[in-house]
Design a binder for this molecule. Structure first.
Ligand SMILES: O=C(O)CC[C@@H](O)C(=O)O
Ligand SMILES: [Zn+2]
Length: 583
């Protein structure tokens, strides 16, 4: 049989038809109406971010809203002047319906632990926080089915089901603050994906508020249901762009009664590849995690983690692997792990290994791996790349990047990048590359992108294994999805959210930009003026802007100035008077 012709690498889309639709900015008049929908005093809905004041929104209370306007990494910043915290699905639906009628854009926000800016506003969208929607609705201890509000914290749910001998099928470093609704909306993967699989398999049903305010009541608890399309799958990983998840029904697996953890030091990445099948064969079903991190990650954790993380090895190793077992017979599993360790040492497959002897040591070893993202964040401005690819390629890109930066004199103390670290989920073919810079700058980003995306596309990988596209990678979807896939996604978006009020500027949806008019040198908001920017990094030039409302808006402006500068999030995207600003 003739060999299959090699597939051409997937490329970024050359053209992308912008979706039509507009939204208006929130004004002081909307506030009492929103408050009435929530039975909340208007004053607690509105705050004074400086840009909001410039837009003419009445200042009331600034401090509270700041946290909702930026992400965990301080990379993405919005200027929402309004956060609502509904306490029921009906309240969420009422707010969304109102916003749809008024054409006000909204951004759903869970625990705000996302890593791609998907949960923070881009401009002045109303933030719908799910924090007050936090009740556990039911748990069936026979089937292990949990039904919970979207705002429930993952760890709270895990503790709840633990009482009945179950566990949540996903586990993340952010479990103490992330919400289950956010986990589902981003299709979070996490540390135990290897054993329990994706949320696409574990979620049994969803309750979703659609962009027009209708409620899709799909909170099924059935394992099997073949009646028509499985609509919930559409919302898993949709990042709040076609609906707002308010309730989740999920199957939970039995909680293993015995956990153990071992960490190995290895001489090379090739050794990890030899190790993985061997460990799978030796441990079988009890293997619940197989994580790796490189020497640079270990150094980062030693220097920057908030908690003390002791390196358990006497010598330094180029790579480390952490494996976790979760079984039902502690003695049996411990013996299996010890014999594995002996076997690996005898056959020189690892350089060294440590086995936890108690729960404190288990937690300590896990911290070596789990503290890496936090340590990177504390070390500086961190550019994060969350990539899927064949396992044998996972470390290559890390090395390619280091070599590239070293050659250009960009890597090291006092240089553009202080370190490049690689770690992740070997079992899932998912590498996390964190590049630490002094600060977020367009120059630093230009050293990383599109190079990384092109490289990933060449090896037929995915530019987002588990964090989503959010604000960071929306425009990059074409590196991992075909034109036809994106077209279908756009059709669905158009059908469900014709006014594009749901989480604009995220996933692959073009950003509607509030139009600012500059009249006699003062910034003023034109409330009805929203345009679609058709290119990134542009400042000014009306002919590059598509005016959904027609000529009248354009004619009413003497001049305009827009500079999204999304890559440099320390600059306010909307209020950026540049030299290109027309006189
Ligand atoms: O921060 C990152 O880049 C990765 C975060 C998370 O997915 C992890 O695996 O620890
Ligand atoms: Zn991860």
């Amino acid at each position: 049989m003739a060999a299959a012709a090699p597939q051409p690498p997937r490329r970024r889309l050359a053209t992308e038809a912008p979706l039509s639709g507009t939204y208006t900015s929130l004004t002081a008049e909307h506030i009492p109406e929103l408050a009435a929908l929530l039975a909340t005093p208007a004053t607690s809905l509105l705050t004074t971010l400086a840009p909001a004041r410039e837009c003419g929104v009445t200042p009331v209370d600034a401090a509270e809203l700041v946290a909702y306007n930026h992400d965990w990494m301080n990379k993405y910043r919005g200027r929402s002047a309004c956060v609502v915290k509904p306490k029921s699905t009906a309240e969420v639906a009422a707010v969304v319906k109102y916003c749809a009628q008024q054409r006000i854009a909204v951004v759903p926000q869970g625990g705000n632990t996302g890593l791609v800016g998907g949960g923070v506003p881009v401009y002045d969208e109303v933030v719908i926080s799910l924090a007050n929607l936090n009740k556990i609705r039911s748990f069936d201890a026979i089937s292990g089915t949990l039904v919970a509000d979207a705002g429930c914290i993952l760890e709270v749910l895990d503790n709840h089901v633990a009482e009945k001998g179950y566990m949540m099928p996903l586990d993340l470093g952010a479990k103490g603050s992330c919400h289950i609704g956010g986990n589902v909306a981003t299709n979070a993967g996490g540390l135990r994906f290897l054993r329990y699989g994706s949320l696409h398999g574990n979620v049994l049903g969803l309750e979703v508020v659609l962009p027009d305010g209708r409620v899709l009541d799909g909170l099924s608890t059935l394992r099997k249901d073949n009646t028509g399309f499985d609509l919930k799958q559409l919302f898993i990983g949709s990042e709040g762009t076609i609906g707002l998840i308010t309730g989740v029904s999920i199957i939970t697996p039995r909680r293993p009664s015995a956990f153990n953890v071992a960490v190995f030091g290895l001489p090379s990445f090739e050794a990890i590849q030899t190790l993985f099948p061997r460990v799978k064969a030796h441990l079988g079903e009890v293997l619940s995690a197989f994580e790796f991190f490189d020497a640079a990650s270990m150094t980062l954790v030693q220097g920057h983690a908030s908690q003390q993380v002791r390196d358990p090895f006497e010598a330094k190793h180029p790579f480390y692997v952490l494996i976790e077992t979760g079984g039902s017979n502690k003695e049996h599993d411990d013996a299996k792990l010890s014999s594995l360790l002996e076997d690996l040492m005898e056959n020189s497959l690892i350089s060294d290994g440590v086995l936890a002897e108690n729960e404190t040591q288990i937690a300590g070893l896990w911290t070596l791996r789990e503290a890496i993202p936090e340590a990177a964040n504390r070390a500086g401005a961190v550019y994060k790349y969350d990539l899927s690819m064949p396992v044998d390629k996972m470390n290559e890109l890390v090395e390619v990047l280091r070599a590239r930066f070293e050659e250009k004199g960009l890597l090291g103390e006092g240089k553009m990048f202080s370190t490049v670290v690689g770690y992740g989920h070997i079992g899932d073919g998912n590498v996390h590359i964190n590049v630490v810079a002094d600060k977020f700058t367009p120059e630093a980003e230009a050293q990383l992108e599109p190079f990384i995306y092109e490289w990933v596309s060449e090896v037929s990988g995915s530019i987002s294994a588990e964090h989503g596209l959010g604000r960071m990678k929306g425009e990059k979807i074409g590196y991992s999805k075909s034109d036809v896939s994106v077209e279908l996604m756009q059709s669905i978006k158009k059908m469900l959210d014709p006014h594009r009020i749901m989480n604009p500027g995220k996933v692959s949806w073009r950003l509607p930009v509030c139009l600012l008019a500059c009249q006699r040198g003062a910034w003023q908001e034109k409330k009805s003026g929203c345009g679609l920017i058709t290119e990134w990094h542009i400042a000014v030039s009306a002919r590059r802007i598509v005016w959904p409302q027609g000529r009248d808006v354009l004619d009413s402006l003497s001049c305009c100035c827009i500079s999204p500068r999304l890559h440099d999030s320390n600059d306010d995207p909307c209020f950026h008077p540049t030299s290109a600003h027309p006189a």
